[in-house]
Design a protein around this ligand. Structure first.
Ligand SMILES: Cc1ncc(COP(=O)(O)O)c(C=O)c1O
Length: 493
């Protein structure tokens, strides 16, 4: 089937395969951009118009546009529609998930995991930097321990025991460039242990079967960048489905993996906490097989429903790498994260750090230690918790009023939630509608480790398509506006 879109203001001849119209439209657009028939800056027809011209569903056209925006071929801007990007992505761009090009400019960004940067306690931080500089002896300004500044490691051990129930002494703590930095070190350490002849000898301790040392389980939904870090270290990922009790850690026994990366307090991004029985099963698996649990406690401090869900680590401290970050309670700009590393893995992690460098800025560490000691860090957490609790309530209200067929989930904790879409509405269409309004936001599928698993996993009770809404992200004065754009995008889909 050949079609000419002159009617819709775009003069382009493409041949569509009648048996896979959507797929061939996508291929044809990519091809036309690649060979220059669709020049940079060219405006594409509205989804409704093109769908009518081609005789396919509007949702399908919107999905194609959203995917091509994600791949960097197209741009979508507030009130202006969809355009061919100025510098299209190279032909070999990978296309596993709809991912938005980092250079695309959006007015609002509500992706999951982003904190409210405007809440950073500037004066408390300034005072902490001043105190750190005034109190720090000169020799602390030379080369220090690659594990991090002793004062901060001691402060973190106390803070984590008090607020998260973590069992740690200062010697167990390592300070890294955010959680990402820690994960990279741990991933490379695990990979090295699985290599015969490498230090540590994990190959002999692998749970069972050949190659288990390189197989690491991840949650079926999570941060793509964290999966990339694991893969870059040479590890093979095995996705775990998620249900109403959290990740299916009960499957670990059968999966022949040497480690598992989890967000037990508040699964990212679905928001489901790991249930008590699953935690027990996880601890039993780790103890029995010698497997490691990498616990990403990225927003454990932000719980709003009065149910305190402590860290998993105390259930199996010798088998758990516990990790936290200052990116949520303070700011990602600090680039500070920490790990509590079990004795068995510590030398391997240190060896990786020695091999790859990357000790963390000591002055920032000293300032964070001073902030914790002064109670400023606790105050920041309490203030943010109050602020985010208010946002959560307001968002629930707004959805109940404006989108009665949608449902909010995963909102008992953390800084993002799931907006389960009204029946019949697809994620890609809402994401495209949001892009057209200058809002960057992701559908749940964008976080999936594997397309098929994403479709199978039952999230919450409905398993419906959902939007991941970062309620923490907008500055306070723009929160209402941001949520109104979310509602408008769903409404228009
Ligand atoms: C699931 C999850 N883990 C950890 C982090 C923190 O990462 P980092 O400390 O590298 O900023 C984030 C931040 O977005 C996150 O969403």
């Amino acid at each position: 089937m050949a079609t000419n879109w002159a009617d819709s203001g775009l003069d382009l001849h493409v041949a569509l395969d009648p048996h896979r119209k959507t797929g061939s439209l996508e291929d044809a657009l990519r091809e036309a951009i690649r060979d220059g028939r669709l020049a940079p800056g060219t405006r594409l027809p509205a989804t409704r118009t093109l769908a009518a011209d081609l005789g396919i569903a509007r949702n399908s056209v919107a999905e194609v546009y959203a995917r091509l925006v994600g791949e960097g071929w197209l741009d979508a801007r507030v009130g202006a529609g969809t355009w061919v990007r100025e510098r299209p992505a190279p032909a070999f761009a990978p296309v596993p998930q709809a991912r938005v090009d980092r250079s695309t400019r959006f007015d609002l960004d509500l992706r999951g995991g982003l904190p409210d940067a405007s809440a950073f306690p500037r004066s408390a931080w300034l005072a902490a930097v001043g105190r750190a500089l005034a109190e720090t002896p000169t020799d602390a300004l030379g080369y220090g321990s690659p594990d991090g500044v002793e004062r901060l490691r001691a402060a973190l051990a106390e803070y984590l025991a008090r607020t998260r129930g973590v069992q740690a002494s200062a010697d167990d703590v390592i300070v890294t460039h955010g959680f990402g930095g820690l994960l990279g070190l741990v991933a490379r350490a695990l990979a090295a242990r699985s290599t015969p002849g490498a230090s540590g000898g994990q190959a002999e301790r692998a749970p069972s079967g050949q190659g288990a040392g390189r197989r690491v389980a991840v949650e079926a939904y999570g941060h793509v960048s964290h999966r990339e870090v694991l893969e870059a270290a040479g590890l093979e990922l095995v996705p775990l489905p998620i249900d109403a009790d959290g990740a299916r850690v009960d499957l670990l026994e059968r999966l022949d993996v040497s480690a598992v990366l989890l967000t037990p307090a508040h699964q990212f991004p679905t928001g489901v906490p790991l249930s008590r029985s699953r935690r027990e099963a996880l601890a039993a698996w780790a103890m029995r097989t010698g497997g490691f649990v990498i616990e990403d406690d990225y927003d454990g401090e932000f719980r709003f429903d009065g149910r305190s869900i402590g860290a998993f680590q105390p259930l199996a401290p010798e088998r758990t790498v516990y990790s936290g970050t200052a990116s949520k309670a303070l700011s990602p700009a600090l680039g500070l994260g920490w790990g509590v590393v079990p004795a068995e893995l510590r030398d391997d992690v240190r060896a990786e750090r020695a091999r790859t460098g990357g000790a963390t800025d000591a002055l920032a560490q000293l300032a964070l230690a001073a902030l914790i000691a002064s109670g400023g860090y606790d105050r920041s957490v309490r203030e943010l918790r109050r602020r985010y609790r208010g946002r959560r309530e307001r968002f629930e209200e707004l959805v109940a009023e404006r989108l009665p067929d949608a449902r909010v989930g995963g909102i008992a904790a953390g800084i993002q939630c799931l907006l389960e879409l009204p029946p019949g509405v697809t994620e890609a269409v809402v994401v495209a509608e949001a892009s057209a309004r200058g809002l960057r936001i992701g559908g749940l599928a964008e976080y999936a480790a594997e397309a098929d698993l994403a479709a199978d996993a039952a999230i919450g009770s409905s398993g419906r398509p959902a939007l991941v809404v970062g309620i923490g992200a907008p500055p306070q004065h723009r929160f209402e506006q941001a949520m109104a754009v979310v509602v408008a995008a769903v409404d228009a889909a």
